[in-house]
Design a protein around this ligand. Structure first.
Ligand SMILES: [Zn+2]
Length: 107
């Protein structure tokens, strides 16, 4: 008996288990090829999701920069704080998604 990752939820299950005790999906009728395909699809979906987060972060950052440049909200007003907040959020989100991408590519 070996401990393997459930292809559906990723949690650890016995290789002999008929169904996953965590998500309840049946494992007995799933062929190793299907398990591999499900795992690959999940991996690709995660990469796509990280890319989407990076893109949204860039848009937030650049959008707030363009807003700051053209609208020039008064210094200290709630509009300027909101603009800086969104800018910071975009920058932080971009850095986080880059770190996630490095970790994603290691797998
Ligand atoms: Zn599961």
């Amino acid at each position: 008996m070996a401990i393997v990752a459930c292809p559906f939820c990723g949690k650890k299950v016995s290789s002999k288990a008929a169904s996953c005790p965590h998500c309840g999906k049946g494992l007995a009728e799933v062929s190793p090829l299907q398990i591999e395909r499900i795992a690959r699809d999940k991996h690709l979906a995660l990469g796509q999701s990280i890319n989407n987060h990076a893109m949204i972060s860039i848009l937030l950052f650049l959008g707030s920069f363009v807003w700051l440049y053209f609208r020039m909200p008064e210094e200290g007003s709630w509009q300027s704080w909101l603009t800086y907040g969104v800018m910071g959020l975009g920058a932080a989100g971009y850095v986080i998604s880059k770190v996630r991408m490095v970790m994603y590519k290691r797998k």
